[in-house]
Design a protein around this ligand. Structure first.
Ligand SMILES: Nc1ncnc2c1ncn2[C@@H]1O[C@H](COP(=O)(O)OP(=O)(O)OP(=O)(O)O)[C@@H](O)[C@H]1O
Ligand SMILES: [Mg+2]
Length: 261
């Protein structure tokens, strides 16, 4: 049920789709991540939980190739990445749409939504539950949930093999959040992308993930490994009333509580 380090599982192919191997990440003298190994296979969803400031966003930036100032490697399909990976699509907590571009142009930025590109942007808008004609709207005319759907469409535009999502649904209301969670599951199913999702919400992690990683702050007088991995597994879709009663829920709450104490 629990492993000492984040190694690959039997489900995974070799080489894995992505292999994140961080010996150490520091900001100045301060260690943020150490001895962390995490692999993902196509179609696999891993949720990343941990107290504020433990390095979840840092890990995502490293996985995306946006931060190269660390000791270790990130490989996609066995190839070590030396810069931003074209195989990763990043989705942040807030949509970060460019206000001076219409929705369609935001989806395919830096390209302009014309011809084939427009058709692809429109079909992605449909896939995330919007209408193709919504591509003509300005970002300021969107609700928070619509804007995040556009951000997801933009994250998919480059046909990434791995989606990196940093608290992607925490800025929307509870109903929208459930819909967006199910949208993510549909996308992972349809495209067989892998997804690494940072969340503060244990129920969200239990609804989405094959594995849940509990990340402990680096440094200090730590006696346990830096991270614990919970193989929640089980078929999807899952019923939220079942995950609410799952034994994992209590284990994860207790694990998180120990870390924030
Ligand atoms: N550019 C930076 N320079 C120096 N320290 C940084 C920088 N970015 C982040 N940090 C520090 O590194 C630590 C990890 O930051 P990170 O954003 O990865 O945490 P997090 O787990 O995502 O937190 P949260 O749950 O609040 O989003 C924090 O203590 C943060 O203050
Ligand atoms: Mg963060």
């Amino acid at each position: 049920m629990m492993a000492a380090s984040l190694t690959s599982t039997a489900r995974e192919t070799y080489p894995p789709l992505v292999d994140i191997d961080i010996r150490q990440k520091r900001y100045g003298e301060r260690p943020i991540l150490d001895s962390l190994r995490l692999t993902l296979a196509p179609g696999e969803i891993v949720a990343l939980l941990g107290p504020s400031g433990c390095g979840k966003s840092t890990l995502l930036r490293i996985a995306a190739g946006l931060d190269r100032d660390y000791a270790g490697t990130v490989s996609y399909n066995g190839e070590v990445q030396r810069g931003p990976s074209p195989l990763a699509g990043v989705i942040f907590q807030e949509p970060r749409l460019l206000p001076w571009l219409r929705v369609g142009d935001n989806v395919c930025f830096p390209q302009r939504a014309r011809g084939d590109v427009l058709a692809r942007a429109q079909s992605l808008l449909e896939e995330v539950g919007l209408r193709p004609e919504d591509g003509a709207l300005w970002p300021k005319h969107l609700s928070g949930g619509m804007a995040q759907r556009v951000a997801i469409a933009r994250g998919l535009f480059t046909q990434p093999q791995l989606l990196l999502l940093d608290e992607p649904f925490s800025a929307v209301d509870a109903m929208t959040r459930m819909r967006l969670q199910d949208l993510l599951l549909a996308i992972v199913d349809a495209h067989r992308t892998a997804a690494l999702v940072v969340t503060h919400d244990i129920d969200e992690a239990l609804h989405l993930a094959d594995r849940i990683v509990l990340l402990e702050p680096a440094g200090g007088a730590r006696t346990r490994p830096a991270s614990r991995i919970f193989e929640v597994g089980g078929p999807r879709p899952r019923r939220r009333e079942d995950t609410a009663r799952s034994a994992w829920r209590r284990i994860l709450f207790e694990g998180l509580e120990t870390l924030v104490r």
